[in-house]
Design a protein around this ligand. Structure first.
Ligand SMILES: Cc1cc2nc3c(=O)[nH]c(=O)nc-3n(C[C@H](O)[C@H](O)[C@H](O)COP(=O)(O)O)c2cc1C
Length: 366
């Protein structure tokens, strides 16, 4: 048995967390992970309030094990989401981006364990100062929105800086990685891409096959998708967005003329649809758009394209349209070749971690 500050804090059997993934980590995946002894996290940023309420009830009907809800503190209805978490007696809340002190305080007062996602030491220190219970520190090889510091450098730095459990993320997939994370001072690991590639994940099989076929060079980090660094599978649509032509040379970039106008109109319709689904108000979407224009160096056309991102993610993850959709992915996709169940995966990770610790003990005494 590997017991850490994380298993004690969360009351889970194994120090393994399923990282939140929009359109992927709904009740089915979360229940499979939590029932297998890890911690599943519902991704709520792509759910409406009503969908989140249903997802919480659905999860609770299928597991008595601890699970959590991942949310964005900057969502206009974040306070309502927090009330839902508290009223539903959800044991854990994790923040997708920067948390807010007043939300942490409300959750903690109600006995909910709080976790912040960080990509840099100063963010971990800030969240710890606000009373957060644990952090998920994600290195640059991770999938989705990522920082630039690799996991092997970020984890020891964050673990040395804060006195709360650190959950290492970005590139983990096996028991050796868990032991390495513990050696760096973390109390457990969180995995996104590895849990996406399980038989319990709801992602269409055609999409899983694209991930399985990717090599270690099969992902790219780009700000062209939504204005902030986002690691995605390298597909044709991504190469078009990033201006890379077949063969790797930089090209003219994203579309032109009439096709561009049609694309922008589609992006505007998609933005309207996402606004309804996510609970983000027009004002918040406009604020984010202005920030992308200003800080991300995006043209207004690109900003409108960025509003399309959730819809493009949904097209792949839910509808299975791998050609038109976007697929967030960690570099680790290049090392994954199978689709085990979550119970098989977590079991194999723990068996391998124990064996690894045994081997290391003989190294020391040898
Ligand atoms: C398909 C996919 C969707 C993701 N969606 C979200 C999300 O909605 N919110 C979030 O905070 N992080 C999201 N992430 C990032 C993960 O929570 C996590 O940080 C990352 O997967 C860890 O790296 P790994 O994939 O190497 O395990 C996503 C990652 C993937 C692969």
């Amino acid at each position: 048995m590997i017991r850490t500050a994380l298993t004690d804090l969360l009351g889970i059997r194994y120090p393994v967390v399923q990282a939140a993934m929009g359109y992927v980590s709904g009740p089915r995946l979360v229940v499979a992970v939590s029932n297998a002894g890890g911690l599943g996290l519902l991704a709520s940023a792509t759910m409406s309030l009503a969908e989140l309420e249903r997802a919480i009830t659905d999860t609770q009907n299928r597991t008595v094990a601890p699970f959590g809800v991942n949310l964005r503190a900057d969502a206009p209805d974040a306070a309502e989401r927090v009330r839902l978490i508290i009223a539903g007696r959800v044991p854990v809340a994790s923040f997708a981006q920067a948390p807010k002190p007043e939300l942490i305080a409300a959750l903690k007062e109600a006995g909910v364990v709080t976790i912040a996602s960080v990509g840099a030491r100063r963010h971990a220190e800030k969240a710890a100062g606000w009373g957060i219970d644990a952090v998920i520190a994600t290195g640059g090889e991770g999938g989705g929105h990522v920082g630039s510091v690799p996991t092997s450098l970020l984890i020891p730095q964050v673990a040395a800086a804060v006195g709360i459990p650190v959950i290492a993320a970005g590139g983990f997939f096996d028991g050796r990685g868990l032991v390495a994370a513990l050696a760096y001072g973390a109390a457990g690991i969180a995995m996104g891409t590895r849990f996406l590639l399980t038989s319990d994940s709801p992602v269409p099989d055609a999409v899983k096959q694209v991930y399985l076929a990717a090599g270690l060079d099969g992902t790219v980090v780009t700000t062209r998708v939504d204005g902030v660094p986002h690691r995605v599978l390298r597909t044709r649509i991504v190469d078009r967005l990033t201006g890379v032509r077949a063969g790797g040379a930089a090209g003219a970039g994203w579309l032109s003329g009439a096709r561009r106008a049609a694309g922008l109109a589609r992006a505007a319709r998609s933005a309207a649809a996402f606004r309804g689904a996510s609970g983000l108000g027009w004002r918040e979407m406009a604020r984010q758009g202005r920030a992308m224009h200003r800080d991300g160096g995006l043209t207004w056309g690109q900003v409108l394209m960025a509003a399309n991102t959730p819809v493009l993610l949904r097209a792949a993850m839910v509808d299975g349209r791998t050609e038109e959709g976007l697929m967030s992915s960690g570099q680790v996709a290049g090392l994954i070749e199978d689709l085990p169940s979550c119970a098989e995966l977590i079991g194999a990770i723990m068996t391998e971690a124990e064996a690894c610790l045994g081997r290391l003990a003989t190294v020391r005494s040898g």
